[in-house]
Design a protein around this ligand. Structure first.
Ligand code: GLC
Length: 741
């Protein structure tokens, strides 16, 4: 990151705003400038001072031209055409000095001195990159994820950004969709837990203190149900499924205090999410109690016309504001069209004022009026602190999912591993380890799989062969790869996707290994050498053609800056793998969408494919350890409970391994019958702990009807049905109990 003379942008702001500086209001007595005053009073005091143009400026988000060069007719200035500061700017690179220069003009030279909120997509790390959210979710360690988000918040602030467009909390059940990688997977409870963890990590835990940075729950709502896994398209979600599946992670994040929400691109049952007053106002504000502000997704207001919902851009602006989109991301339609819409009476002034009110409130709560500038710290101390890299490594270690380990091939014994082949296009690929939305992560900071194993096995004879590219048909590297395998005792084979094959606008019609990687795996397996197959990807990958031949298989996802040393620690046994799948792993793309919490079919055991298995390759929650954990039968404190009562389920778990290892106990509940048909089972509690060799520990789940047995109806009203339930721990037998009327 380099400090630079103010850009054209900053000069632009200077010129525009100097004009208004002459009218700068005396700030000595203004209530809105008095931090001792209640936020609500400061908001109202400021709002009443604002001109229409100043209000519309606050409803607009621009993007810093220098850091986002793939622009197409978006607002790229820090001011609107009428010379007032915008409410927010997206700045894609860490340039705190430049950011402060822009901020100084808005704060010190404009009439009211309203600070700009600088935003960016910090999704799984700013500069220190930890695993993608899908990978981190496999750790079932939301506390560690909170720590990662807190670390990201510190780096984000140091880089000059006050607001991250994160966490993405879209439940994702279709592996074809590219954006699974940004979510916590298919399960509602896991998404809720990671939503809360992220909001707390980003915004801190003290509602009375300025936030480290502002969080943004996205994409409201139902984006993960994009038909056929295609991006940006339509979703058909019943009100019941919306209430039970897609809304709860947002509700959890709102309750955790998230100050912003981003409206989605998808059309929801015929009404685009960014023009949907029912979801954005009736549900988000009425039902969930959200009091922050809503920003549209990138040009999603303009897209309302493309979605055949708005007649033109003016209509789009009217519909979006009325729906509840307070800030228009980069397309400038509010600034351009609201004056006429207001004058013609199509848009009431009250809608504009309410949107401005919400934005100002967040800026006050973020502490921006008191501390509008980024503290300029020494460049070398801003990013990549040792303790942060260590945390990124630990999260990576806990995100790996050991899918198969035949004959205990893993962990490899460092002392006995004399000749190791490290093969495949992902073995030494820095960029792919960072995954999509890698913030300001630098490839040069990445420890690759090859580098990590080389460092951990200094006396081992390591042969590296790429074998092939991630994509393409070139097989010329196969011979070298086969030769490396033949000359070695064990093969670590690194395959998967590149960073651009998942994330936004990166849906796939197949889930196979891309290019000729399957053939490479077959060629290496044909040598007969024991193979550890490492899959680095942004989604589950179908591996039926090679699953039988590989002795060990591990999903390593996209582990971030410390990929290689995290993997070396796990492959060599310093750390036992503890990840469990946050997304069901299909056998074929034809099974998709496939997820565990599905409702029971009319004929149990029937309705199966005639030409393939109907079971996943690996189920949600699957993940092996180097230890075996022995579960007792679940014991219940009672087999009946009343609606205001609770019973406790207990399971004893023993580590039968020779080393310490972490285990996550997944508690599922099932219900015999409900007012609407119920999923076959649902994760309702999970707990992770490390057990010493031979240690037995009790894991408890206090079942409370209001929290664990109740579920919402389509209006969001929660209730529990009396009747028969059962509880199970992990893959154990269900134990019945009854909820009394
Ligand atoms: C993108 C994404 C959204 C992101 C926004 C700003 O289109 O959908 O997740 O936060 O634009 O980059």
């Amino acid at each position: 990151m380099t400090s630079r003379t103010p850009s054209r942008l900053t000069l632009g702001i200077s010129l525009m705003l100097l004009v208004s500086a002459a009218h700068a209001e005396s700030s000595a007595v203004a209530t809105y400038r008095d931090p001792s005053k209640p936020v609500a009073e400061r908001v109202e005091d400021l709002l009443k001072r604002m001109t229409l143009q100043e209000k519309l400026g606050q409803l607009s988000q621009s993007v810093d031209k220098d850091s986002n060069d793939n622009l197409n007719n978006v607002i790229t200035e820090g001011t609107t055409d009428s010379g007032v500061a915008v409410g927010s700017m997206i700045v894609g690179k860490p340039r705190p000095e430049q950011r402060n220069a822009m901020q100084r003009i808005a704060v010190e030279q404009s009439r009211l001195g309203i600070p700009i909120l600088f935003g960016n997509d910090i999704i799984h790390g700013a500069s220190t990159i930890y695993p993608t959210t899908l990978a981190s979710a496999c750790s079932f360690n939301p506390e560690m994820f909170r720590q990662c988000c807190a670390m990201a918040a510190r780096e984000t602030k140091a880089g000059g950004i006050d607001w991250t467009f994160s966490p993405m909390v879209d439940v994702s059940r279709d592996a074809r969709w590219g954006r699974n990688v940004e979510s916590a997977g298919e399960d509602v409870l896991l998404n809720e837990a990671f939503s809360i963890a992220a909001v707390r990590g980003y915004q801190g835990d003290r509602p009375d203190a300025p936030r480290p940075i502002v969080a943004c729950l996205k994409h409201f709502v139902g984006y993960g149900a994009s038909e056929a896994g295609r991006d940006y398209c339509f979703t058909e979600i019943s009100p019941q499924t919306l209430a039970e599946v897609y809304l709860p992670p947002f509700e959890a994040g709102v309750k955790a205090g998230a100050l912003t929400v981003m409206s989605a691109f998808n059309d929801l049952n015929g009404v685009p999410a960014s023009g949907n007053r029912y979801t954005l106002t009736d549900i988000l504000r009425g039902r969930l109690g959200f009091s922050g502000f809503v920003v549209s997704d990138w040009k999603a207001v303009a897209h309302l016309e493309a979605q055949a919902f708005a007649k033109d851009h003016a209509d789009a602006a009217r519909l979006a504001l009325h729906a509840g989109v307070d800030m228009d991301m980069v397309d400038g339609l509010y600034v351009k069209h609201l004056p006429e819409l207001l004058a013609s009476g199509k848009t009431p002034a009250a809608e504009i004022d309410e949107a401005v009110r919400r934005i100002l409130r967040v800026k006050f709560l973020a502490g921006l009026f008191e501390k509008p500038y980024t503290e300029i710290t020494p460049v070398e101390s801003r990013f990549g602190r040792p303790e942060d890299l260590m945390l990124a490594r630990k999260m990576a270690e806990e995100s790996f999912v050991l899918l198969k380990n035949k004959d205990g091939l893993l962990p490899l014994d460092a002392a006995k591993t004399k000749r190791l082949a490290i093969i495949g296009p992902l073995a030494d690929d820095r960029r792919s380890m960072l995954g999509s939305w890698a913030g300001w992560g630098r490839e040069e900071d990445v420890v690759t799989i090859l580098a990590g194993l080389r460092a951990a096995l200094p006396s081992c004879e390591i042969r590296h062969a790429k074998g092939c590219e991630i994509k393409g048909e070139n097989r010329k590297g196969f011979d070298e790869a086969v030769a490396a395998a033949n000359a070695s005792d064990v093969v670590v084979l690194c395959v998967g996707e590149d960073a651009k094959m998942s994330g936004e606008n990166a849906s796939r019609a197949t889930l196979d290994l891309p290019g000729v990687q399957e053939d490479l795996v077959r060629a290496v397996l044909a040598t007969g050498k024991p193979v550890v197959l490492l899959i680095s990807s942004g989604r589950p990958i179908t591996i039926e053609c090679v699953e039988g031949g590989a002795r060990a298989i591990m999903a390593v996802w996209q582990p971030g800056s410390r990929a290689g040393d995290a993997l070396a620690n796990v492959l060599l046994g310093a750390v036992s793998p503890s990840g469990k799948l946050a997304m069901t792993w299909p056998r074929s793309v034809g099974q998709v969408p496939i997820y565990y919490a599905k409702r029971q079919g009319a004929r149990p055991g029937s309705g199966r494919y005639v030409d393939a298995s109907s079971e996943p390759r690996y189920p949600f929650g699957h993940g092996l350890s180097y230890s075996t954990f022995e579960y007792s039968k679940v014991r219940l404190s009672a087999d009946r409970l009343k609606k205001d009562g609770k019973i406790e389920a207990v399971v004893s778990v023993t580590n039968r391994g020779a080393k310490p290892a972490k285990e996550t106990v997944l508690w599922y509940l099932s219900q015999k019958a409900g007012r609407v048909s119920r999923p076959m089972k649902q994760l309702k509690h999970f707990e992770k702990a490390e057990l010493a060799p031979g240690e037995t520990r009790e894991f408890r789940f206090a079942i409370e009807p209001a929290r664990d047995l109740a579920y919402p109806d389509e209006r969001g009203v929660r209730a529990a049905d009396p009747g028969l339930f059962s509880v199970r721990a992990g893959t154990g037998e269900p134990v019945p109990f009854t909820l009394e009327d």
